[in-house]
Design a protein around this ligand. Structure first.
Ligand SMILES: Nc1ncnc2c1ncn2[C@@H]1O[C@H](COP(=O)(O)OP(=O)(O)OP(=O)(O)O)[C@@H](O)[C@H]1O
Ligand SMILES: [Mg+2]
Length: 313
């Protein structure tokens, strides 16, 4: 019990008659990164909102930092930091002023507050833009400032809702580095993401959310064992060509509708050449050829039998 930073049982939430969370159970050990992975509309933000007491659950129980989210709202709020999906920064203030606002809210001594503001601006590569109005910041800069603001009170449990969506690769790495530093300091991170790679990089445990239910939960390795690894994807122009190719590569998986074949491969040049030679020998040419490392779509296909796009009705 003491080692659980977040413990959730049977959590339910509906908007009207639309069930968004349909009985979620999860347990996040203190000092670890837990990643909730899911496509648009899966219920990630709803989960974060409920666990951070911004929204009431319809059923189930959850304890955050040992406190009941329904009856001990204040204690939960005191223990956590939240960086929402959309940056909650004041556009009409500078970066530094936004941080100072948080320092004031936490009633820090002024010397201490100044030190923290300077340190955070440096750490998030915002020192140069510190005096500029946030309305002139790029999306990535806003996200970084938002996270910096969350860190002002040194919360022991931090919720990050898609912290890297829309960030360029460098900013994404900066964000990952910061998450790792926080965890090294013993902070617990609850992170939502749409990126399998991100969950793989950061998380001790991953839960996959699909239409309000957890369809898998485990370590990144547990999860990867359940999904196809690196593979080559071939697209043909006709059904008979697909038939012939599927006969050649017996460990492949075919999609008759898309006329594609997925052939397991290590992606190395030797095996790719062998594969192409084999197609050539049988006078087969693929219209499209790509080497594919698993992404969220593969996770969904493997775990649910449908891709993430199914729900985009
Ligand atoms: N205030 C609301 N009223 C009605 N329906 C809502 C409301 N907020 C969210 N929903 C619905 O609940 C479902 C889950 O939404 P949620 O925001 O939790 O998804 P998400 O996993 O965070 O998605 P994204 O990756 O797009 O941020 C969606 O179908 C959404 O339309
Ligand atoms: Mg969301």
């Amino acid at each position: 019990m003491t080692s659980s930073a977040i413990a959730v049982t049977g959590l339910r939430k509906a908007y009207g008659d639309k069930v968004v969370l349909d009985g979620i159970d999860l347990d996040v050990r203190a000092g670890t990164v837990f990643s909730l992975l899911g496509p648009n509309g899966a219920g990630k933000t709803t989960t974060v909102n409920v666990l951070t007491t911004l929204m009431k659950a319809d059923g189930g129980t959850a304890r955050v930092a040992g406190h009941d989210i329904a009856t001990e709202t204040k204690a939960v709020r005191a223990a956590i930091g939240v960086t929402g999906q959309f940056a909650a920064v004041d556009e009409l203030l500078s970066g530094q002023e936004n941080l100072q606002l948080m320092v004031d809210l936490h009633r820090m001594r002024s010397g201490e507050g100044r030190r923290i503001v300077t340190e955070l601006l440096e750490r998030f590569e915002l020192a140069e833009s510190a005096q500029k109005l946030v309305s002139t910041y790029s999306g990535g800069m806003r996200r970084k400032l938002d996270l910096a603001m969350t860190l002002v009170g040194s919360p022991r449990i931090i919720f990050l809702d898609e912290p890297t969506t829309g960030l360029d690769p460098r900013s994404r790495r900066t964000m990952w580095g910061i998450v790792r530093e926080l965890v090294a300091d013993g902070v617990t991170i609850f992170l939502t993401t749409q990126y399998l790679e991100e969950a793989d990089q950061l998380a001790d445990r991953i839960a996959v959310l699909d239409q309000g239910r957890l369809v898998a939960q485990g370590t990144p390795d547990d999860l990867k064992r359940q999904i196809p690894g690196t593979h080559v994807r071939l697209r043909f122009t006709t059904g008979p060509e697909l038939d012939t190719a599927a006969g050649l590569f017996t460990d492949s998986t075919r999609d008759d509708e898309a006329l594609t074949l997925r052939v397991p491969s290590d992606g190395g040049t030797t095996s790719l050449r062998a594969l192409l030679d084999r197609l050539d020998t049988h006078s087969l040419s693929a219209e499209e050829f790509s080497v594919h490392t698993p992404d969220l779509d593969d996770v969904f296909l493997a775990l649910t039998g449908h891709t993430t796009k199914v729900d985009a009705k």
